[in-house]
Design a protein around this ligand. Structure first.
Ligand SMILES: *[C@@H]1O[C@H](CO)[C@@H](O)[C@H](O)[C@H]1NC(C)=O
Ligand SMILES: *[C@@H]1O[C@H](CO)[C@@H](O)[C@H](O)[C@H]1NC(C)=O
Ligand SMILES: *[C@@H]1O[C@H](CO)[C@@H](O)[C@H](O)[C@H]1NC(C)=O
Ligand SMILES: *[C@@H]1O[C@H](CO)[C@@H](O)[C@H](O)[C@H]1NC(C)=O
Ligand SMILES: *[C@@H]1O[C@H](CO)[C@@H](O)[C@H](O)[C@H]1NC(C)=O
Ligand SMILES: *[C@@H]1O[C@H](CO)[C@@H](O)[C@H](O)[C@H]1NC(C)=O
Ligand SMILES: *[C@@H]1O[C@H](CO)[C@@H](O)[C@H](O)[C@H]1NC(C)=O
Ligand SMILES: *[C@@H]1O[C@H](CO)[C@@H](O)[C@H](O)[C@H]1NC(C)=O
Length: 713
């Protein structure tokens, strides 16, 4: 046990170090401001799998005269205008960045780069302010090639608006402009001002403003090639699992109720990825469920079944987090090289081994929160939640489906009626229209691939079609009424269903009077839902997160942080760190507050604020400045098609499974300069550099270096 605990701590330390490094980088970077006109730049980068590459790459420094297109007609005009004799950097609104428009531009031979204007989350960019029609850049069935129905003919296409832009390969730079913070507003202003000058001059009267890019990606071809050369790193991060049952063991024969969601999302520009509807709404739901259940008047660890929360990362990349978790809990660990000190295993590498307490055969039901933001509902309308079940083994989940719809209807008597604010969010069976579509893309599929008969319900706000914001850079905001109501209802339904299930109650009408009384203690905290939405999107340095991680004490407190999974062991995992702390706190509180005499044990506080004098015992963790005991752990997440060799290098183990890696890349730079004549295309030849813009992207820039410093063992 001891060894395992210190391993988890080492993992935590590594993650916290990552966060610290993130903050240090930010500070170091601030000193650049005096020297350069330092602005943010948000690149599209190169990713690779076993058979190819996606995203952007330019082998040479590209440069082009800035050209503005605001409409489709502008793009067509650009393509057909034979007076345009330069190479151009085309500036366009994000929603014009479609496969066909990019193809139109590329085929002109006049294109050197694209800048897409994606405006950030602020008061002016509410749901209502978004363009009326929008398409998801993901595929028509995201990750379905790795899902439960991969081998089923005619599997249902959940994302019909998908343009598949994300899986295309571009051999020129694409950058985003976003007004999300001061640095990026400077960048936005500089580029927009320059392109407007060019437009004013009709793109013909020199000097014209030109932009040069450096965005060299090291990796070429595919994952196998780049891993051999050491030019890429697996896409991945740290999933988090947690249970109020400190004593959970693989041999206790106690069924497990799994409550799950994804933590990460993807989009073209990783630094912009938020995925509010795509994944944050599900994550918030699970955190709100854990908080609501922690207030159960019947202690959770005394129930007939265990409750297990799982928050998976790298799910947007072939369900990497959930597939690896299921794979690891399903196979015995043969630790060939135990660590010299501490816990986990050096080879095969595991940062923690406590997942062995979870017996996959004991998994009894799965409740998953998918997209539940209610953002797609018609303007003015209120959302509906749909409960989806598998259509290959429909009888396995039939009873659970009935139960969740029953709970959602508020028909459990007055103690379980949802508060009036969300009474209007109905819960319906997704197959209520007689069509069996099966499960939408979800982490639950990874469990069902291992054992198809686990009763499973995935709750979403759509019946037939995922949000068109799926995997969008514009998926950065929510509806202040509908989204909060929908999440509250989803969390309420999941927590009450899980609570009844954990007590072995499958029909609400069979609850004992004591149970009917006790279920009233499970109420979702609406304020918490609102706080979580803000903290996970706009401002990481919010009071809720600050209570755990003291983020505002950092020299430059982080605000909007991306929800792209990142690269394995090389990047800070701020949302995993927060989820770990939050779940550790809410799963530990109940059940240890008093002993047999009814006297609460002394609470040891100060382990963080006075760490020199206050130290937790070896079976405890310091969470929110308090020493607690918890069964909350990180779990490494990366494609199950990849393996890690004894020397810590990676290799392709199974090319038919997810093998996503991200290319290593050099610091990204942009330079704005004047072009005096059509002859002077090369950036270096250009006379009169008026403005040098050097951009170093936080974290991303540090990837190569952090990798070296943070890689353990
Ligand atoms: C982006 O934001 C700026 C400032 O809020 C605004 O002036 C501009 O019109 C926006 N651009 C787009 C394409 O939405
Ligand atoms: C690699 O990615 C491309 C683009 O998404 C896809 O078409 C291809 O099937 C993937 N290959 C594998 C082995 O997953
Ligand atoms: C957990 O295990 C400890 C030590 O074995 C025991 O004292 C405690 O009662 C157990 N708790 C539960 C809820 O089973
Ligand atoms: C719930 O119902 C019981 C009996 O039907 C009643 O005594 C109680 O007052 C009700 N509680 C509320 C909050 O309406
Ligand atoms: C983030 O929240 C903190 C604490 O509430 C506040 O001081 C700070 O100004 C906020 N930052 C932004 C960018 O909203
Ligand atoms: C209960 O906790 C109190 C405070 O820590 C302690 O003094 C007391 O001995 C404990 N009683 C039992 C039965 O463990
Ligand atoms: C937060 O950080 C500040 C400055 O480093 C420190 O004084 C304070 O004690 C910290 N608080 C906690 C709860 O760790
Ligand atoms: C931990 O949970 C308790 C009970 O839910 C709450 O009162 C406390 O504020 C939480 N700790 C932090 C640091 O948020």
């Amino acid at each position: 046990m001891d060894a395992t605990r210190s391993g988890t701590r080492r993992m935590l330390r590594r993650l916290v170090m990552g966060l610290a490094a993130f903050c240090t980088l930010t500070t170091a970077q601030d000193s650049y401001d005096a020297v350069y006109n330092d602005i943010g730049s948000l690149p599209c980068v190169r990713l690779l799998n076993a058979t190819g590459a996606i995203g952007c790459q330019s082998l040479n420094a590209a440069s082009g005269v800035l050209y503005r297109t605001d409409t489709l007609a502008d793009i067509q005009h650009f393509a057909s205008d034979h007076d345009l004799k330069n190479k151009y950097t085309v500036v366009m609104p994000y929603w014009l960045l479609t496969s066909s428009n990019v193809e139109t531009l590329r085929s002109t031979d006049k294109l050197s780069a694209i800048i897409a204007v994606v405006n950030g989350t602020d008061a002016a960019h509410t749901v209502a302010a978004r363009p009326a029609t929008i398409n998801s850049p993901d595929s028509k069935c995201p990750n379905c090639e790795f899902g439960l129905y991969a081998n089923t003919p005619n599997q249902y296409q959940w994302n019909p608006t998908g343009t598949d832009l994300l899986s295309q390969q571009f051999d020129f730079p694409i950058y985003a402009l976003n007004t999300m913070d001061d640095r990026n507003i400077m960048s936005y202003n500089a580029v927009i001002q320059a392109v407007n000058i060019n437009r004013f001059k009709g793109y013909s009267s020199y000097p014209l403003k030109s932009l040069q890019f450096h965005s060299f990606m090291w990796a070429a071809q595919d994952t196998g090639t780049c891993l051999r050369k050491g030019w890429c790193t697996p896409v991945g991060g740290a999933s988090v699992w947690s249970t109020p049952s400190l004593n959970i063991s693989s041999s206790d024969n106690k069924p497990i109720v799994v409550i799950s969601a994804a933590m990460d999302s993807r989009s073209l520009f990783h630094d912009l990825t938020l995925g509010v509807e795509s994944s944050i709404t599900g994550m918030v739901t699970v955190l709100a469920v854990a908080e609501a259940l922690s207030r159960s008047s019947i202690p959770l660890d005394t129930m007939q079944k265990h409750i297990l929360y799982t928050l998976f990362t790298a799910e947007a990349w072939g369900f990497s987090g959930s597939q690896r978790f299921v794979q690891d809990i399903s196979s015995p660990v043969n630790c060939i090289k135990p660590p010299a000190s501490g816990s986990g295993c050096t080879y095969p590498f595991f940062s923690d081994l406590d997942f062995q307490h979870i017996n996959p055969a004991n998994i009894d039901i799965i409740l998953e929160a998918g997209q539940v933001g209610g953002i797609t509902s018609p303007a003015g309308g209120s959302p509906t939640l749909y409960a989806h079940i598998d259509n290959l083994q429909p009888t396995a989940s039939a009873a659970l489906l009935t139960q969740i719809v029953q709970v959602g209807s508020g028909a459990l008597g007055n103690t379980t009626t949802p508060p009036a604010t969300n009474a209007a969010v109905p819960v319906q069976a997704a197959n209520g229209d007689g069509t069996q579509r099966g499960l939408p893309p979800s982490s639950a599929m990874s469990f069902l691939k291992a054992r198809a008969t686990i009763p499973t319900v995935v709750l979403t706000d759509y019946q037939k079609q995922m949000s068109s914001f799926t995997s969008q850079d514009l998926d950065d905001t929510w509806d202040p009424v509908n989204t909060v109501n929908a999440i509250q209802q989803a969390a309420s339904v999941i927590s009450k269903t899980a609570w009844m299930q954990a007590q072995g109650v499958s029909d609400a009408t069979l609850m004992t009077p004591a149970q009917q009384q006790a279920i009233g203690s499970i109420q979702v905290n609406v304020q918490l839902v609102q706080d979580l939405l803000l903290c996970l999107t706009r401002n990481y340095s919010c009071p809720l997160i600050d209570g755990y991680l003291n983020v505002t004490a950092s020299p430059s407190p982080p605000t909007r942080l991306p929800h792209y999974a990142g690269t394995l062991y090389s990047q800070s995992q701020p949302f995993s760190i927060f989820a770990w702390n939050f779940l550790a706190n809410v799963t530990s509180v109940k059940g240890v507050t008093q002993n047999a005499t009814g006297v609460p044990p002394p609470q040891v506080t100060g382990c963080s604020s006075r760490s020199e004098t206050v130290q937790c015992t070896s079976d405890q963790f310091c969470v929110g400045d308090q020493c607690i005991q918890t069964m909350t752990r990180y779990h490494d997440a990366f494609g199950v098609g990849l393996g890690m060799a004894e020397d810590n290098s990676y290799f392709i183990k199974d090319a038919s499974k997810p093998t996503w890696t991200e290319s290593t890349w050099d610091p990204v730079g942009l330079r704005l300069f004047d072009v005096t004549s059509p002859g002077s295309q090369g950036g270096e030849l250009a006379a009169g550099i008026v403005l040098t813009i050097v951009s170093i992207v936080l974290v991303v820039f540090g990837r190569r270096f952090l990798k070296k410093t943070l890689k353990v063992d």
